[in-house]
Write a protein that binds this ligand. Structure first.
Ligand code: NAD
Length: 336
């Protein structure tokens, strides 16, 4: 496969991770880096002295020498930058959240389809060993039919000035949930509050799925402790993923409830099962490297990435629905 030339826009907090991982991939060359802040480019030059840099995104977006663009800027800039990249025939890797509105996401998906270009939305967690293992366990039926997905992503800060905790942290959990449950969400209910500035700093989101599967996501910038914990309950087994554990991030519990009689509600016999606990081996490869490698593969083969524009759109629709529900103090917002 020929080497793909990738331009990166945005070298703030997350951009250096994207650039570093692109540098590590043989199938690509980092052709240019743009940041409107010259200090960010000086920082990049210290690590990559020969990297071509610019403060004007359009140098990257219109360059005939660039095949794909990675957009690592704040959410409100994604749409204009991604649209310009697609219009100039570039494949697009864009950070979460894909866009600021579902309408923008639909427009980008349609444009990419029409131009036969790939969009990948950076849902990094899908490429972690933990999420790959969880998906494998669910696909193999180890957990049995799912009951619930319950995720907490809380810590003190980092307050963002342009987005709420919902748009900053919940895309991680929503994209993981979307990927492992693999069903179309039906409705969203959310509550939350702003305590420090005009953006919500804590939110509780409930997502309803067909078959009585329910997901709950707790995101909070005002927590005294850091928690990154997901519980997934199935009829056969239950799983705990503690992302802060160095080893044994995932534990599968042979625990649950057995209903032995259903003849009538009064003679329902419930017994509790408490069996072995098992910690499956989890791949430790850096997720972003695997994800970017897969992005380059998809460009080469024409395959549609798992976390394509449609996946990004599903997450943005849920975020919009959660915003609406939260504004109405927990109304049920249906996803069409
Ligand atoms: N996948 C992940 O785990 C993950 C983690 C952190 C952030 N992110 C996402 O990455 C994106 C960037 O977040 P961040 O924390 O790095 O933000 P940041 O504010 O630290 O950095 C953004 C950079 O983009 C530059 N920039 C903004 N608009 C520009 C433009 N039009 N042209 C050129 N440069 C421009 C800014 O100067 C800044 O250096 C966001 O979408 C965020 O949600 C993803």
């Amino acid at each position: 496969m020929s080497v793909l030339r990738v331009g990166v826009i945005g070298y703030g907090y997350w951009g250096p991770n994207v650039v570093r991982n692109l540098y590590a991939l043989e199938a690509c060359e980092v052709a240019a880096l743009c940041d409107q802040n010259p200090a960010a480019l000086q920082r990049a030059h210290r690590t990559y002295p020969s990297l071509h840099t610019t403060t004007d995104a359009y140098d990257v977006l219109t360059s005939p020498d660039i095949d794909a663009v990675a957009i690592v800027t704040p959410v409100w800039t994604h749409y204009d930058l991604a649209r310009a990249a697609l219009e100039n025939g570039k494949h697009v890797f864009v950070e979460k959240s894909f866009t600021a509105t579902a309408h923008q996401a639909e427009d980008l998906v349609e444009l990419a389809d029409r131009r036969n270009l790939r969009i990948m939305v950076d849902h990094t967690f899908l490429y972690t060993g933990a999420v790959k293992k969880i998906r494998e366990l669910i696909d193999k039926g180890v957990l049995g039919p799912l009951y619930y997905f319950d995720s907490s992503r809380v810590n003190l800060g980092l307050f963002q000035h342009d987005v709420s905790v919902l748009w900053d942290l919940a895309p991680h959990d929503l994209s993981i949930m979307d990927h492992v449950i693999g069903e179309k969400a039906e409705a969203v209910v959310a509550t939350g509050a702003c305590h420090v500035n005009d953006h919500a700093d804590m939110a509780f989101i409930t997502v309803y799925f067909p078959g009585n599967v329910v997901a709950h996501i707790n995101v909070n910038w005002l927590s005294p402790v850091k928690v990154r914990m997901t519980l997934i309950g199935g009829r056969a087994k239950m799983l705990v993923w503690n992302d802060l554990e160095a080893d044994e991030k995932i534990k599968v519990y042979d625990r649950g409830v057995n209903v032995t009689s259903r003849q009538g509600v009064y003679d329902l016999l419930v017994s509790y099962r408490s069996g072995d606990v098992w910690a499956p081996k989890v791949d430790q490869t850096e997720a972003l490297k695997a994800e970017l490698g897969y992005f380059l593969d998809c460009i080469g083969t024409g395959a549609t990435p798992v976390n394509d524009g449609q996946a990004g759109l599903r997450v943005v629709r849920m975020l919009e629905a959660a915003d609406r529900s939260m504004a109405e103090r927990g109304s049920v917002v249906r996803l069409s």
